[in-house]
Every structure is written in structure tokens, then in C-alpha cells.
Ligand binder design. Structure first.
Ligand code: ADP
Ligand code: MG
Length: 145
């Protein structure tokens, strides 16, 4: 069975551009339940660990600097088949390749400053949710955590 949760981060660029409201509206209107949420500034160590999988990429250092440049909104989103459903509504990593109406098409500034993060597998969703939220900070509508 496909998982019911995914992790999103509204990145510093979208926060600075006052897109928290419009992005959350899009998330809710597409049928996602927000089961956990935090607004804070990532530490360098948190950003480095969160994106450790990209450590060898040319954009890693710049990405980490961007991610700690201002506050972010981190949330757990719930829906059946959450990872895939959310990847659909955020659009391609590169906003110039994202479909019309997707979050990245509407709110991204560049491939790096691309408005939001979305988990890419159920396994990573679980790992990412655990990275930011304890069990008592979650209000699941599926009752699984
Ligand atoms: P996604 O966020 O769509 O899963 P990746 O996991 O491949 O994409 O990359 C993580 C993040 O790194 C992207 O969301 C984006 O902010 C940044 N990034 C990816 N590719 C590039 C690139 N070629 N140049 C600059 N930043 C990039
Ligand atoms: Mg990714």
C-alpha cells in the first residue's frame, strides 16, 4: 500500500515573497490534510544533514546557504498516495519545466529557489518526517503516527 504522508518545506525564497498563504491554500484545495507544522530557521547542520544525499553535487553548498538564508515552513501533509500526489502538484524541480498551475511554476524563482520541497519516496518521507517532528507533534487523520 502506498503511504499516506509526505514532508514539505516552503523554502526561504517563497516565505520572503509572502507565498506561504497561497501555497497552503493550494495544498488544502488539493485535498491534503496538514498533520504537523513548524516555522523556524534551519541551522547549517540541519540543512547539511537534510540534503546530505546531494553532498557531491555542484549545487550543494549554494543550496545549503539558500536554505538557511531565512525562515522556512515545514509541514507533514497527509493524503492517500501522498508522495506521488504531492510531487504532481509541485511540478518539476526546474520551474521552467514545471507544468502550468503547479506550485513551482507559480511560485519558484529558479531551479535552486524553487519554492518547496517534497519527499521523493515513502521511505524518505518517513525519514524526513522523523527528522523534524516527534510523535506528539503530529495530528494524523489516519491515526498511524
Ligand atoms: P527535488 O526537490 O525536485 O526532489 P532534487 O532532490 O534533485 O530535486 O534537488 C534538491 C534541491 O536542490 C532542489 O529542490 C533545488 O532546490 C536544488 N537543486 C536541484 N538541482 C539543482 C541545480 N541543477 N542547480 C541548483 N540547485 C538545484
Ligand atoms: Mg529531492
Amino acid at each position: 500500500m502506498n503511504g499516506t504522508k509526505t514532508l514539505t518545506i516552503i523554502k526561504p525564497g517563497a516565505v520572503a515573497n509572502e507565498y506561504i498563504g497561497p501555497i497552503l491554500e493550494k495544498i488544502n484545495s488539493k485535498g491534503f490534510h496538514i498533520s504537523a507544522m513548524k516555522f523556524f530557521r534551519l541551522t547549517q547542520s540541519q540543512a547539511e544533514r537534510f540534503y546530505a544525499i546531494h553532498m557531491d553535487k555542484a549545487f550543494y553548498k549554494s543550496l545549503v546557504e539558500f536554505m538557511i538564508s531565512g525562515p522556512v515552513l515545514v509541514a507533514i501533509l497527509e493524503k492517500d498516495n501522498a508522495v506521488e500526489e504531492y510531487r504532481k502538484i509541485i511540478g518539476a524541480t526546474d520551474p521552467t519545466k514545471a507544468e502550468e498551475g503547479t506550485i513551482r511554476k507559480l511560485f519558484a524563482e529558479s531551479i535552486e529557489r524553487n519554492a518547496v520541497h517534497g519527499s521523493d519516496s515513502d521511505e524518505n518521507a518517513m525519514r524526513e518526517c522523523d527528522f523534524f517532528f516527534s510523535k506528539i507533534e503530529r495530528f494524523s487523520k489516519f491515526g498511524d503516527d
